[in-house]
Design a protein around this ligand. Structure first.
Ligand SMILES: Nc1ncnc2c1ncn2[C@@H]1O[C@H](COP(=O)(O)OP(=O)(O)O)[C@@H](O)[C@H]1O
Ligand code: SF4
Ligand SMILES: [Mg+2]
Length: 349
């Protein structure tokens, strides 16, 4: 298999909170712990998990908005930590972000046309007519008419603003777009339109997506693979179809059970996920899910489960459902990605 577009190796981010009176007592938020995954060109990897599990921190680490405590991020095999100014700028062109709340990320004083052409203008000065035709082209790509280029963000609907945020991300023809809760603030029908738009853009332009969401039900149709996170760690990473057909990790199972079921013929699993997410400042010992897990055994309190590759191409970290005795002689990478063919996502209706 070809070199992945993006490779994340053992990424860890701890935030120290304040200075504390004694050095030893400085509390640390373990936002991301030892996370590894990769993304192929043109692929959609979804990252899901409850609020506070570290999803946005991963997005910020990938964009180099924050620096990792340890671990590496490689783009086409190059570690982004070592990039100097010019290379960093070139790499920034290739990775763009779409945010949850387009309103706060769009300059309210600029017109839609100015907002979406600004990224290109920053790299190469455009003439007035180039700017106009680029704006019309980008608006067309996200299903908006060219007349919209004269509108201010306040004169657009929530869905149109999110389309605008996507158009701005497309302006520099990125290889990868990170969408962090990009549809979470939208009505369900508008969510479906935006998800369909993202899938169409992927097919037309071959863009890879990292789609971050707390809501498993929105990732079911758009993801090729899904990484499920719990308190900073990936607990299951699987081809999307396999994950929804048969979740293996008890937490994945509970999330799927809790998600609304758009397809009434699908049998709903009856595994409740009870209790609050524990604090990442003082996470539970061993498997961090053990206080909420109906299957927990003694070992779960004592040892952090490793990600173990399963026969169908997924990796799972669970002492009961994926015992470490399954680990082959070769140490596993954090994911085993070449086994399952990537299923084509289906459009929302
Ligand atoms: N700058 C920061 N300083 C301290 N803690 C932070 C900071 N950013 C995020 N966190 C904490 O890290 C954890 C993960 O946050 P985040 O990545 O935003 O989660 P998610 O996007 O999954 O909701 C949370 O407990 C959050 O409070
Ligand atoms: S390792 Fe133990 S506590 Fe963690 S998910 Fe598996 S059974 Fe539950
Ligand atoms: Mg977040």
């Amino acid at each position: 298999m070809s070199e992945p577009l993006l490779k994340v190796e053992n990424l860890t981010k701890h935030y120290a909170l304040g200075l504390g009176f004694l050095k030893k007592s400085i509390p640390v938020v373990r936002a991301v712990e030892d996370v590894s995954f990769s993304v192929q060109a043109g692929e959609t990897l979804c990252i899901v998990g409850e609020s506070g599990c570290g999803k946005s921190t991963i997005a910020r680490l990938l964009m180099r908005i924050v620096e990792p405590t340890s671990g590496r991020v490689l783009i086409d095999g190059t570690d982004i930590a070592g990039l100097k100014r010019k290379a960093l700028r070139a790499w920034r062109r290739r990775m763009q972000m779409v945010f949850q709340d387009p309103y706060s990320s769009l300059n309210p004083r600029l017109t839609a046309g100015q907002i979406i052409t600004e990224p290109v203008d920053n790299f190469e000065r455009l003439t007035r007519s180039q700017r106009k035709s680029l704006a019309a082209d980008l608006l067309g790509k996200v299903g908006m008419s060219a007349e919209m280029m004269h509108r201010l963000p306040s004169e657009l609907s929530g869905g149109q603003r999110q389309r605008l945020g996507i158009a701005r991300a497309l302006a520099l023809q990125p290889s990868l777009i990170i969408a962090d809760e990009a549809v979470s603030a939208l009505d369900v029908s508008v969510q479906a339109q935006i998800l369909n738009l993202l899938m169409d853009l992927q097919q037309q332009m071959g863009i890879a997506f990292i789609f971050v969401s707390h809501d498993l039900s929105v990732v079911e149709h758009i993801g090729h693979r899904v990484a499920v996170m719990y308190l900073g760690r990936i607990v299951e990473l699987a081809p999307c179809d396999a994950l929804f057909a048969k979740p293996v990790h008890p937490y994945t199972e509970a999330l799927i059970a809790a998600a609304p079921v758009p397809d009434p013929t699908r049998v709903r699993l009856e595994v409740p996920v009870e209790g609050e997410v524990p604090s990442p400042i003082n996470p539970p010992s061993g498997c961090a899910f053990h206080p909420r897990c109906p299957l927990a055994v003694e070992r779960c309190r004592l040892e952090v489960p490793l990600l173990v590759p399963m026969a169908d191409g997924r990796v799972v970290a669970c002492h009961v459902r994926a015992p470490a005795s399954h680990i082959p002689a070769e140490p596993p990478t954090a994911e085993k990605r070449s086994l399952a063919p990537v299923a084509q996502p289906h459009h929302f209706s």
